[in-house]
Design a protein. Structure first.
Length: 313
């Protein structure tokens, strides 16, 4: 058996063990015997015993049946059990619409000091799809502000000690996200006085990671049209995942539109939005400079360039 297969088997065993423990805990919380749960769910006692011991071959249908019998949703069964006070807050927030949730998030942040975590407004994070100009504008903004410029992808590789491809191959998406969160914590701690950072386009899709990013960085969405995203990627000579055929490019454009549409509401949670559509590099940089909080200390031009390129004093 290969190392990858062995890691996968270990992960599956750990998942089944954790799932069994949660079923057992919820059954205890409800004061139900295994026999009563079997009767209410239509599942056999033998099957439930296997599930609770981490040996059961569990399907979605059987999980739904067990959850219904426990009078909880399947999501409540799968997610980590919150603290009682947190559960009450989640119950209240569950009644709010998306706009109200954004307002509640901002209110909690400002009330409990989460919105300015040790110089948050001096740490700028640029979010958006590939081809938005994050790297180009980010480096120029860092030079103007006299702070280091970092790319989150490179910092994740540094954290893991290997390449992106190897991280995904060995640890999967879950492992990648763990390294991503570690890198975010480290960057925030290492750059209390300021930094400009670019992020991957999908970071907004991970709620926990995006919440962490927003709590420690001032986020700016660099926005452009799908056509401009595509044109800039082609101009850079990096055709991934496109091919030279017209049909494949058309299909890629449709995928790009769908991705942008699915993430638009998430990107819009950023502290500021800079639309680079039909704007020159110089104009977009001016827009970006106006969109971010002013830095309190400016370095001399030569020192600023050195810092932006990642050199230490």
């Amino acid at each position: 058996m290969s190392n990858i297969e062995n890691l996968s088997e270990q992960a599956n065993k750990a998942t089944l063990t954790e799932l069994g423990a949660r079923v057992r805990a919820w059954r205890a919380r409800r004061g139900m015997t295994r026999k009563a749960l079997a009767s209410d769910s239509g599942l056999s006692e033998r099957f439930l015993a296997d599930v609770e011991s981490g040996k059961g071959n569990v399907s979605i249908n059987s999980l739904e049946a067990a959850a219904r019998a426990l009078n909880i949703s399947i999501l409540e069964l799968l997610q980590d059990a919150p603290r009682p006070a947190l559960a009450r807050v989640q119950g209240l927030l569950g009644r709010l619409d998306d706009t109200q949730l954004d307002q509640a998030y901002a209110l909690l942040g400002s009330t409990f000091g989460l919105s300015d975590a040790l110089g948050r407004e001096q740490r700028i994070a640029l979010i958006g799809l590939r081809g938005a100009g994050k790297s180009t504008l980010g480096l120029k903004l860092a030079t103007e502000r006299g702070v280091p410029f970092v790319e989150l992808d490179r910092e994740i590789e540094r954290e893991a000690g290997t390449s992106m491809n190897e991280i995904l191959l060995l640890h999967g998406q879950a492992g990648y996200r763990r390294y991503e969160r570690r890198a975010l914590f480290r960057i925030a701690e290492d750059h209390a006085d300021g930094v400009v950072m670019t992020t991957g386009g999908s970071i907004v899709s991970e709620r926990e990671t995006f919440d962490l990013l927003q709590s420690r960085f001032y986020c700016v969405w660099l926005k452009a049209s799908p056509e401009e995203h595509m044109a800039r990627v082609v101009a850079q000579g990096d055709m991934r995942p496109f091919t030279a055929t017209r049909g494949a490019t058309d299909e890629a454009m449709e995928d790009l539109r769908r991705i942008l549409a699915s993430r638009e509401a998430l990107y819009a949670r950023a502290d500021a939005v800079v639309d680079t559509a039909a704007r020159t590099l110089k104009q977009s940089l001016k827009d970006l400079e106006r969109a971010v909080p002013q830095t309190t200390v400016r370095a001399e031009p030569v020192e600023a360039l050195r810092l932006a390129q990642g050199e230490r004093p």
